[in-house]
Design a binder for this molecule. Structure first.
Ligand code: NDP
Ligand code: 2IT
Length: 444
């Protein structure tokens, strides 16, 4: 058995039932075969792959809080500190009822390579809880966040581990988490990113993941002699990433015709009116179906059918495994030429293979959505300097970082004889830097 296959078999045996983690590891290891085979003896001796797939540390804890009826509730909190070879652990916190150790390990593992691709000094981590913020009052969310941080604060710090947002964690949650960290530790430090502008946040962090995704799409199209203007785009989700991907795509002259949430999707043939979506989602915390109350010419459909809408470009921006092989085939049949992932691992492995084999340009999440964490790292820099940069300055740096990530993925794919395969390119380029740092630092 090859070294890569051996390590994958061990991952499956040692982490039973963690199917999302297995899926993420398999995709990366398969891409790394070419690199590993060229240096197999050296990597085996240093157990590089065994170390890469084993989180440095996983912290699990009880999160008790009291709801508005006076009833005590208990959730489970996690922080997966996956790899600190190139910098402090960095990665978001997810609050969603589906959260479990497998999902956070897959996200932490992806984050290691993503953060490496940004070129910035950040290691990989992820955390969260099975708490569901949906339908909770602000006071309940605050009670949960305070209890969560009362445990988490022991393990994080501006030079140690810097969490941020992810699904279910936005400005409100980061504010409550930051307040509690400061109260407990007495430290006013850049321990979280995605902070409000009044207390150390960075301009453009809110927009960064979605904007960065579209900068990547523009770069991919440019490489093919095409542009985004006048392309029809569908975007799944209607959260932070989806909203700002829509905004930037529209600025480039694309027509975004669909958005979704976990209940269903809207189709607006005239192009989504984003101010209405922002009001529903960012102000009222409502459901995407409310859009058709205000835009009667748009159509709302229950269920998962968003990928059946014809488009040139598809940007999955909701959650893992939301786009399967049948969806990929439908996209192709309807003329879609490009898929770029705003979410983490939204395409199943079968869908990913289908894109690569059927000439759909494809950028995996760890490259395409890296603009969010990259801008978090820029927020860390500003906090260290005790300065804040203008929106234009941050946005320009974000743009450069995305252009660079495209170049790194394209270059690694070329070097290893698989031009245009950005899955292999992103995994290899991300791996190279982490491995250099791990080899230099000895067996730790
Ligand atoms: P939000 O919580 O702001 O929005 C999430 C969106 O996805 C909502 O529309 C939500 O619908 C939908 N969604 C969530 N879970 C499911 C599910 N199980 N099935 C169907 N739809 C679902 O999160 P973000 O926009 O921040 O995150 C979206 C994706 O982008 C995630 O994969 C995240 O890991 C990734 N990402 C986020 C970054 C960031 O900076 N925020 C950076 C890089 C990646 P509903 O309201 O019905 O739950
Ligand atoms: O998946 C991700 O990259 C994020 N949720 C952002 C992490 C961060 O630290 O900004």
């Amino acid at each position: 058995m090859s070294y890569v296959d051996e390590v994958y078999a061990k991952v499956v045996a040692k982490n039973p039932g963690e199917c999302e983690f297995h899926q993420a590891v398999k995709e990366v290891l398969d891409s790394l075969k070419l690199v590993i085979e060229a240096n197999e003896e050296k990597y085996r001796k240093e157990a590089i792959l065994e170390r890469l797939v084993e989180p440095e540390r996983i912290i699990t804890f009880r999160v008790p809080w009291v709801d508005d009826k006076g009833q005590a509730q208990v959730n489970r909190g996690y922080r997966v500190q996956f790899n600190s070879a190139i910098g402090p652990y960095k990665g978001g916190l997810r609050l969603h009822p589906s959260v479990n150790q497998s999902i956070l390990k897959f996200l932490g593992f992806e984050q290691v390579f993503k953060n490496s691709l940004t070129g910035l000094p950040i290691g990989g981590g992820k955390g969260g809880s099975d708490f569901d913020p949906k339908g909770k009052s602000d006071r309940e969310v605050m009670a949960f966040c305070q209890s969560f941080m009362t445990e988490l604060y022991k393990y994080i710090g501006a030079d140690q581990d810097v969490p941020a947002g992810d699904i279910g964690v936005g400005a409100r949650e980061i504010g409550y988490l930051y307040g509690q960290y400061k109260k407990i530790t007495g430290q006013y430090e850049g321990v979280l990113t995605g902070k409000g502008l009044a207390y150390g946040g960075s301009l453009a962090r809110t927009q960064a993941t979605g904007y960065g995704l579209v900068y990547m799409v523009v770069e991919m199209l440019k490489h093919e002699g095409q542009e985004l203007a006048d392309k029809t785009v569908i975007i799944s989700g209607s959260g932070n990433v989806a909203i700002y991907a829509t905004e930037k795509a529209q600025q480039y002259g694309a027509k975004v015709v669909a958005l979704s949430d976990s209940n269903g999707y809207i189709y607006d043939k005239d192009g989504i009116k984003l101010d209405i979506v922002k009001e529903i989602k960012e102000v009222r915390r409502g459901r995407i179906k409310e859009y058709v109350d205000q835009v009667p010419t748009a159509v709302y459909t229950e269920g998962k059918g968003i990928w059946t809408i014809p488009c040139d470009v598809a940007l999955p921006c909701a959650t893992q495994n939301e786009l399967n092989l049948d969806d990929a085939k439908t996209l192709k049949a309807n003329g879609c030429i490009l898929v770029a992932e705003g979410a983490n691992m939204p395409s199943t492995r079968e869908a990913t293979d289908y894109y690569l084999e059927n000439g759909i340009l494809f950028m995996p999440g760890k490259a395409a959505n890296a603009g969010g964490v990259a801008t978090s790292a820029l927020e860390m820099t500003q906090n260290s300097e005790r300065l804040s940069w203008s929106f234009e300055e941050v946005d320009e740096k974000l743009h450069d970082i995305m252009v660079n990530i495209f170049a790194k993925a394209a270059d690694a794919a070329e070097r290893y004889g698989v031009p245009g395969n950005y899955v292999a390119g992103a995994n290899i380029a991300g791996f190279e830097k982490v491995v250099d740092a791990m080899m230099a630092q000895g067996i730790v």
